[in-house]
Design a binder for this molecule. Structure first.
Ligand code: AHM
Ligand code: MG
Length: 336
């Protein structure tokens, strides 16, 4: 019989430097919520979950109905369980401390309930990204505040994503490699289908939104132009391009067969800090990518070492196969 998520987590708990029981329970609750989100994504128009609602989120983006539904599913599943001191999400401007009627736990959960929202209505790949941090000890005697969340990604104790594609998968790290679990719909359980996923150092595949080419800084344009020039250019080899407009989908491909994924900062006034969010997009993905032997940088700094100064802060992202990520970083830092 294949290993279930529960068995995997119990084994992690029994290791030396074991994962605490509260963290295991928290991951189980998140995984359960992702099953419900996956079910809702799958039902689509049958249950009326597609389309936009008349509401703008903190990022100034029109919220999709599924963004709001999925945010509520994660909130409802997690707030009563006693594992968290607070939650925060792309879809909520402020953090959500655990209400007084529920016991408070030791962890903080940050998530993007539906990443790749523009894919919802076209039946493209979407996912849920999450990151778990330990709350400062002082939180035991007071209400959690945003400052408690502002820890660099190196402090994450778990991170992962659920991907709602042809198969529904949960890809997880608790700092002991990257492991994938497939949702067996008939059984209703997560079954381990990959362990110690690794990203090859070298790749000939890249992912970037080429429509932004004219806005990029010169070093970024140089790097991509060299890839596109293929055999006839400076790299003397052909590269292939993929872009799913869903970070979960694109990063899943990178974890599966290698590649370099980029959403760089650019010269537009609203893009000088990039598009993707540090705390619930870049950090969890950077943790996974590093655990799989890859590299993740904003072009100049290791993403996991960036000290956040606000919950919804954005960051440039270059991640994946080490040889290519290192080359982009060299170009961007002016050392090549
Ligand atoms: P979202 O969280 O609002 O869905 O935005 C993040 C998404 C990423 O999943 C994806 O890599 C990127 O935005 C796509 O951007 P673009 O529409 O510029 O291709
Ligand atoms: Mg989103």
């Amino acid at each position: 019989m294949k290993k279930s998520l529960t068995q995997f987590l119990v084994e992690q708990q029994r290791r030396e430097n074991a994962m605490p029981a509260q963290l295991r329970l928290l991951i189980e609750v998140v995984a359960r919520a992702c099953k419900v989100i996956g079910h809702t994504v799958n039902k689509g128009a049958i249950t009326g979950s597609l389309g936009s609602i008349d509401q703008i989120n903190v990022q100034g983006e029109v919220q999709k109905r599924l963004d709001v539904i999925s945010n509520d599913i994660l909130l409802d599943a997690n707030e009563w369980g006693g594992n968290l001191a607070a939650l925060a999400s792309e879809e909520m401007e402020a953090i959500h401390p655990i209400p007084h009627r529920f016991p408070k736990g030791e962890y903080l959960l940050v998530y993007d309930p539906i990443d790749g929202s523009s894919n919802i209505d076209v039946n493209g790949v979407v996912g849920t990204i999450f990151s778990v941090l330990k709350a400062p000890e002082s939180v035991a005697g007071r209400e959690a505040v945003e400052a408690d969340f502002l820890q660099p990604g190196t402090q994450q104790v778990a991170a992962g994503y659920a991907i709602y594609g042809p198969q529904t998968l949960l890809v997880l790290t608790v700092g002991t490699g990257v492991h994938a679990f497939s949702l067996d719909r008939e059984m209703g359980s997560w079954v381990q289908t990959a362990d110690h996923m690794t990203i090859p150092r070298a790749t000939r595949e890249f992912a970037i939104n080429m429509a932004n080419h004219r806005h990029w800084e010169a070093p970024m344009r140089r790097y991509i132009d060299e890839l596109v020039a293929g055999k006839e250019g400076a790299r003397a080899q052909d590269f292939n391009m993929r872009w799913m407009a869903s970070m979960v989908g694109d990063v899943h491909r990178v974890l599966t067969r290698g590649g370099v994924f980029m959403y760089p900062t650019d010269t537009r006034p609203n893009m000088q800090n990039g598009k993707l969010r540090l705390m619930y997009e870049a950090n969890p993905m950077a943790f996974l990518v590093e655990q799989a032997g890859g590299m993740a940088t904003d072009g100049k700094r290791r993403i996991l070492e960036i000290q956040p100064d606000s919950l919804h802060q954005r960051v440039g992202v270059v991640l994946g196969s080490t040889d290519e990520v290192a080359r982009v970083a060299e170009y961007l830092s002016g050392s090549a």
